[in-house]
Design a protein around this ligand. Structure first.
Ligand SMILES: Nc1ncnc2c1ncn2[C@@H]1O[C@H](COP(=O)(O)OP(=O)(O)OP(=O)(O)O)[C@@H](O)[C@H]1O
Ligand SMILES: [Mg+2]
Length: 236
């Protein structure tokens, strides 16, 4: 496959809109670039389009207008979208989306199907990831037999299964307790330090504080950031 010669951005979103049936303008003109190695936190009120934007980056949804380019690939022209989803990005869904009929171990193995990993390698990697998230002993439980926080940790482990270059995480700490949140933040710092690009949606300011950049969304658009020098003077 030919690689563009210019330096590639991890994410290049241009003029993107997403109109859902019923004329819901979930995204109303979004431009966003993220460099490789950046950790970006997206914040904003409920319904402002955060999950919609992550779904476009993960190529599980397409924009109504505009273009989405990830790691130099125009997602509208992907030859093999499932290979893209398997290799380039790991997505932690807001509501986990674990496969209900599969054990925790098998859920983490799912993204590794279709790769060169043998069954033995898949299981070893899945066990290792579950152990990283304090889930040893839960391997054979179904999602319904796990707590909300445990499910969320399985979902994070699954997103990391193929060591993606880009991690997309939608409220990854939404149902984690403070101990698990701290561990997740340590992991985030470790992954960011190792060069992974991370785009996460979060309402939690302590989580957003671990990002290099915080992006605020409102009504389907990105609120322009105000340089500190241009910020209005606060009067008494
Ligand atoms: N499948 C759909 N069909 C129609 N409208 C939808 C659909 N999915 C989302 N929406 C609408 O699009 C808008 C943006 O939704 P989105 O899920 O992106 O918001 P969000 O910022 O992630 O919110 P939250 O913080 O509550 O998760 C909302 O008004 C929502 O109701
Ligand atoms: Mg959402």
């Amino acid at each position: 496959m030919s690689e563009p010669s210019e330096r590639k951005l991890a994410v290049d979103v241009r003029g993107v809109t997403r109109v859902y049936p019923g004329l819901v303008n979930a995204l109303a003109g979004v431009d966003l670039t993220v460099e490789f190695g950046e950790t970006v936190a997206i914040t904003g009120p409920s319904g402002c389009g955060k999950s919609t934007l992550l779904h476009l980056l993960a190529a599980i949804d397409s924009p109504t207008t505009g273009s989405v380019t990830v790691a130099g690939q125009d997602l509208a022209r992907l030859r093999d979208p499932s290979a893209y989803r398997r290799k380039e990005v790991g997505l932690v869904f807001q509501f986990h989306n674990l496969l209900p009929q599969l054990s925790a171990l098998s859920n983490v193995e799912v993204p590794m199907f279709g790769t060169h990993a043998s069954a033995r390698q898949r299981k070893a990697r899945a066990r290792e990831l579950l152990a990283d998230f304090d889930l040893s002993g839960c391997e054979h439980r179904l999602p319904t037999e796990l707590s909300g926080g445990e499910r969320q940790r399985v979902a994070i482990a699954r997103a990391l299964a193929n060591a993606p270059r880009i991690l997309l995480a939608d409220e990854p700490t939404g149902s984690l307790d403070s101990v698990s949140t701290t561990r997740f933040l340590e992991l985030l710092d470790r992954l960011g330090g190792a060069g992974m690009t991370i785009v996460m949606v979060t309402h939690a300011s302590d989580v957003a504080a671990h990002a290099n950049r915080i992006i605020e969304m409102r009504d389907g658009t990105i609120v322009p950031s105000v340089p500190v020098s241009a910020a209005p003077i606060a009067y008494r």
